[in-house]
Design a binder for this molecule. Structure first.
Ligand code: AMP
Ligand code: GLY
Length: 441
């Protein structure tokens, strides 16, 4: 059994780890944009190339003849790598380009849900004319000045601007919306929602959708949810696979929205979605709304979820590819997890620590370390890159136990690094529970 794994980063390391635990003992052929010291140890080959160079990827695929491929990040999916690999006879766990629009185009997603009667969106409108008057009216009158502007194409997580955070007046909002239209032809303007965000990812094959444990991410750089947004400083999940601030009805509704969206995609595109459907939700005053969809594993979410997977990941991938995935093929340990990202001290503002040495403690049985932007010298010394260094995951019976494991591990890392020590701590979680309960009372 051979698997072509097209991804780097800590998320890629977590996927490689899940593959390596399979009883099918697959040979992993890694294709990644940089050497990943974690993936290298699990793979038989690592090809470091530009993964957007599809000719090169195809060449490696043809030479290695994998049983299937997995694509980690959104850019190659959005640009049609799945289509190219499948046309060359390589079944691929990742949606085809048409279906990956669920992540690549915010306008497509909002219109898909509307067309198929899935009531999960905030008030929204898609604009394609730079004539500002209609946008102005929509923001001021319909949204009463609480709005979000969304670039309508992939932008590395930097296309969304929220009023009161990144934008401070209607004029600024309209100016950014015009910029979006000039660059990518369309913009989504929508109501700003207030609530608690969470991620619910599902393994999907056509209309079959099997959920993973729910996770909450922490995007802000510093303790107390302050500072600029990052790729995600850390995440937690609970032993019951829900989250402390959610009701059963919330989690059921998020699950249903993923299910309905998979059905809508099949109807709309005439082809089944195969891969990971990642719903970014927000629990609000009167239920659950969809913030956005991704068509891949989340980073850090995958770092929480995949270590808990107690069934065989290769069989899940095969089940997604042949449409025979069943609930009994997917099981997760009833454990809580906390993932804390170690980053260079200056992250995200500066990259001054790039190239400095970092070292990690031994990994106990109830923890994992997944390597991100880090390189390895010939003698095994690890060096920092400019971005997130490694995700350190604690596993326990409660979130609090998992938090202590992750924190202890983070404190033992040597080098010019930092982490957000509040992720998964009781005061932070209680604040979130209280916030939502006040909103709903
Ligand atoms: P991204 O993951 O870069 O697409 O950015 C999405 C982030 O923007 C989310 O995690 C939210 O924090 C915020 N966001 C997006 N849409 C909304 C919305 N309608 N209301 C409130 N916040 C939103
Ligand atoms: N956790 C955010 C993302 O993967 O996009």
């Amino acid at each position: 059994m051979k698997v072509l794994l097209i991804t780097s980063s800590a998320r890629g390391h977590a996927i490689a780890d899940a593959l390596a635990r399979s009883q099918h003992n697959p040979e992993i052929i890694s294709v990644s944009t940089s050497h990943n010291p974690g993936i290298i140890k699990l793979a038989s080959q690592q090809h470091v190339i530009d993964i957007m160079d599809f000719d090169r990827v195809l060449e490696i695929a043809k030479k290695s003849k994998p049983d299937f491929a997995i694509i980690g990040p959104e850019d190659p999916m959005g640009a049609g790598l799945t289509n190219i690999l499948e046309e060359a006879g390589v079944p691929t766990v990742a949606p085809r380009k048409e279906l990956a629009r669920i992540e690549a185009s915010k306008g497509f997603t909002r219109e898909l849900l509307e067309k198929h009667g899935i009531d999960a969106s905030p008030k929204f409108k898609v604009f394609s004319s730079t004539e500002g008057r209609l946008m102005n009216t929509f923001i001021d009158q319909d949204l009463e000045g609480n709005f979000v502007i969304k670039y309508d194409a992939l932008k590395g997580g930097k296309g969304v601007k929220v009023s009161g955070e990144h934008i401070h007046s209607t004029e600024e909002g309209v100016a950014y919306a015009k910029e979006c239209i000039e660059e990518c032809g369309k913009v989504v303007i929508e109501e700003k929602l207030i609530g608690q965000e969470f991620s619910l990812l599902s393994f999907v094959t056509g209309t079959k959708c099997i959920d993973m444990p729910a996770v909450q991410d922490h995007k802000r750089a510093f303790e107390g949810d302050t500072g600029p947004n990052t790729g995600g400083m850390g995440t937690y999940s609970a032993a019951d696979h829900s989250l402390p601030f959610l009701t059963q009805a919330d989690i059921d509704r998020a699950s249903e929205i993923n299910q309905l969206t998979a059905q809508a995609l099949l109807k709309e595109c005439g082809a089944p979605f195969v891969g990971i459907l990642y719903g970014g939700f927000i629990a609000v005053k009167d239920g659950v709304r969809l913030i956005e969809y991704n068509a891949r594993f989340g980073d850090p979410e995958a770092l929480n979820i995949l270590p808990l997977l107690s069934s065989d990941f290769v069989e899940i991938c095969q089940g997604m590819l042949n449409g025979e995935l069943t609930k009994s093929m997917v099981s997760f340990d009833s454990k809580a997890t906390v993932c804390m990202y170690i980053t260079p001290k200056g992250y995200p503002e500066n990259k001054d620590q790039r190239g400095e040495t970092v070292s990690f403690p031994e990994v106990p049985e109830n923890a994992r370390i997944f390597y991100g932007d880090i390189s390895e010298e010939k003698d095994g010394t690890l060096k920092l890159g400019g971005s997130r260094t490694a995700g350190l995951v604690g596993i326990g019976d409660t979130i609090s136990q998992a938090q202590q494991v992750a924190q202890k591990l983070c404190e033992q890392v040597k080098g010019p690094v930092r982490f957000r020590s509040d992720i998964g701590t009781s005061p932070v979680i209680e604040k979130r529970v209280q916030m939502l309960s006040e909103l709903r009372s």
